[in-house]
Design a protein around this ligand. Structure first.
Ligand SMILES: Nc1nc2c(ncn2[C@@H]2O[C@H](COP(=O)(O)OP(=O)(O)OP(=O)(O)O)[C@@H](O)[C@H]2O)c(=O)[nH]1
Length: 374
């Protein structure tokens, strides 16, 4: 990001602040054009017009340099709203002092300034700015009356001041209303973000165990399959089925069964490598993806998983409670479908259970005839 890039590209907040600053710059340009008409009409001195432009340019250059240097981010008001508004108010006051005729029309410039305030300031800040503007305009009247009492229509000036004074509390009311809307929008945004995150978690994670749900583990498996086909890297899957899990529910209750599933899932996560993925495939079946791993290495890793479940002591539950898993391992054969590799792993897990459970079996590359999509 260079200083000469007008709007920063990589920081949305700073970009927004600079855009607002540029919008204010546009309003200044219109005001300078308007004052040029005053000069043409002889209501303002040409030299004073140039001085006004120089002052506007100087103040805004400082604001721009602060915004682009990023110093503003360390300040309490990073948008520099207060500073810009007070500066604008002072610039308008100086301009009004230098205008000989038609000052009343230029009073609208304060109104434009306050309009900006309606969207940016809280009621109290807005009222403070309004009072400051009133004080400035009061100062203008006092100054021009002191300098040219004969050409100053004091009652008219005071009436204009009064009309302006009525506007300030009205603006304060609107500023408060807009402020509340802004606050509401911020709250809605936070709630929406939280709801999005919750929806994402529900779509991706299993609510009970917190590991990937069936849909997501299948999605990750598909990604791994595509990666493997492209790069020619192997990967394996393990199907881990808890032996006779139904008995846990029957003996200790469904809620204890839930806790067991959670603790098993957390135990498995501790043993797995960071690159492996664990998902709850169905009630008491877990599917594990092991990237860059052939089936022999996968079976060794599956044994560690088996030992982890076998040695698991379930916190807060009956100390006699033990569980064992039957694990089927299979590696992906290039070009085959997902269900083929899952089917082989599942077949091996069933076979392991049929042989007494608590063991790991690899399914040979020749799929048994009975395999079908799970
Ligand atoms: N507590 C609890 N139990 C579940 C949940 N999902 C499935 N189960 C139970 O898991 C058991 C699965 O039964 P089966 O598929 O016959 O498996 P099993 O009893 O472990 O028998 P094998 O797998 O053949 O050893 C059933 O009793 C289900 O009620 C769950 O979310 N919480």
């Amino acid at each position: 990001m260079t200083l000469f890039e007008i709007i920063p590209r990589y920081d949305r907040n700073q970009a927004l602040r600079v855009k607002r600053f540029l919008m204010a710059g546009l309003v200044y340009a219109v005001i300078i054009g308007l004052l040029a008409l005053y000069v043409l009409q002889g209501f303002m001195d040409f030299r004073n017009w140039l001085l006004t432009i120089a002052a506007i340019f100087a103040v805004n250059s400082i604001v721009f340099l602060i915004l682009r240097s990023g110093r503003n981010e360390r300040w309490h008001d990073p948008s520099l709203t207060g500073f810009q508004m007070v500066a604008a108010c002072l610039l308008m006051t100086l301009t009004l002092i230098e205008v000989n005729t038609g000052r009343g029309a230029l009073l609208l410039l304060y109104v434009v300034l306050l309009l900006f305030g309606v969207f940016r300031l809280r009621t109290r800040q807005f009222m403070a700015l309004g009072l400051f503007a009133l004080l400035c305009y009061g100062g203008v009247i006092a100054f021009v009356y002191y300098r040219h009492p004969e050409s100053t229509d004091l009652p008219v000036e005071l009436l204009q001041w009064l009309a302006f004074a009525v506007l300030v509390p009205c603006g304060g009311f609107f500023a408060g209303y807009v402020g509340r809307l802004r606050q509401q929008m911020r709250e809605y945004q936070v709630a929406l973000q939280q709801a999005r995150e919750k929806a994402h978690d529900l779509a991706v994670y299993d609510e009970l165990t917190g590991v990937n749900n069936r849909r997501n583990i299948l999605c990750l498996l598909e990604q791994e399959r595509v990666r493997s086909d492209r790069l020619g890297l192997p990967f394996s899957v393990c199907m881990l089925d808890l032996d006779e899990f139904g008995r846990v529910n029957q003996q200790f209750g469904y809620s204890a069964g839930d806790q067991v599933l959670c603790q098993v899932a957390h135990g498995l996560t501790r043993v797995l490598r960071a690159v492996d993925e664990l998902g709850r495939y169905s009630g008491e079946e877990f599917l594990i993806i092991m990237p860059d791993t052939q089936e022999v290495a996968a079976a060794e890793q599956a044994e560690r998983l088996r030992e982890q479940v076998e040695n698991c002591r379930f916190k807060g539950l009956d100390p006699s409670l033990r569980l064992t898993p039957s694990i089927g391992v299979s590696d992906y054969q290039p070009g085959e479908g997902l269900w083929a590799v899952i089917g082989r792993a599942r077949w091996a897990a069933d076979k392991a259970f049929a042989r007494g459970g608590n063991q790991t079996l690899i399914c040979s590359r020749e799929p048994p005839d009975s395999l079908s999509a799970p």
